[in-house]
Design a protein. Structure first.
Length: 223
């Protein structure tokens, strides 16, 4: 005999009620504030949208006493005059500097010797472009203050008129009349006043104790 008959009735009532009613939905899950971080890809498989450039091997050091190496400039010299002369093609720009019948002077700065003066490679490249523009070799003059300065910078001194001339003012001579500009007077080189129809200034980046940087203003001085 069951001593607690109400227990079996409750169980029977619960079973009947559970069978009649639909099952209740599970309780909602509370989202955690701390989201799990995505798993990082292995280091060996990562790819960047901006790949790092490969490091270049260091350039060999020059031998003691030798001048520093000068990079080739034939490509920049062929396009450099295009922008200021407003020409699309380099040769057309070079043709605006002088006519084939005119003499072009290349004023260099050789005061500091080889390595710190106007590059011989640059001068050769400019001479090449001038000849492509129709200027004969005999109509190109490279000049500076002294023949010894040109030789110290690596230029072959020559005054022959059937080839490119490399000549100093001491050999070409100066005007006898004093040219006065304000408070400054100077004797101008005859290469500037009598030989050249056009002058291309090829200076170097050079500091100065008074003005800071001279560049073309220093190279423009004829003596």
């Amino acid at each position: 005999m069951d001593r607690n008959p109400g227990t079996s009735r409750r169980n029977l009532f619960r079973a009947c009620l559970a069978a009649a009613l639909p099952p209740s939905p599970p309780p909602p899950q509370i989202e955690s504030r701390h989201r799990p971080r995505p798993t990082a890809a292995p280091i060996g498989r990562r790819r960047s949208a901006f790949p790092r450039p490969r490091p270049r091997p260091p350039a060999p050091l020059p031998a003691p006493g030798s001048p520093p190496p000068i990079p080739p400039v034939s490509s920049p010299s062929s396009t450099a005059p295009s922008s200021p002369l407003r020409r699309r093609f380099p040769i057309a720009a070079w043709k605006r500097i002088a006519r084939p019948t005119e003499v072009v002077g290349l004023k260099v700065n050789c005061l500091s010797g080889r390595g710190n003066s106007t590059s011989t490679v640059l001068v050769e490249a400019v001479c090449e472009r001038l000849q492509q523009a129709g200027i004969p070799r005999a109509n190109i003059v490279v000049w500076d203050r002294l023949d010894s300065d040109l030789e110290a910078a690596g230029f072959p001194v020559s005054s022959r008129k059937d080839r490119i001339r490399y000549i100093g003012n001491d050999a070409a001579g100066y005007e006898t009349d004093l040219a006065i500009y304000g408070s400054v007077g100077s004797l101008l080189s005859t290469t500037l006043t009598r030989t050249c129809d056009a002058v291309v200034n090829l200076p170097v980046l050079k500091d100065h104790g008074i003005v800071g940087v001279t560049m073309a203003s220093r190279t423009s001085s004829a003596p």
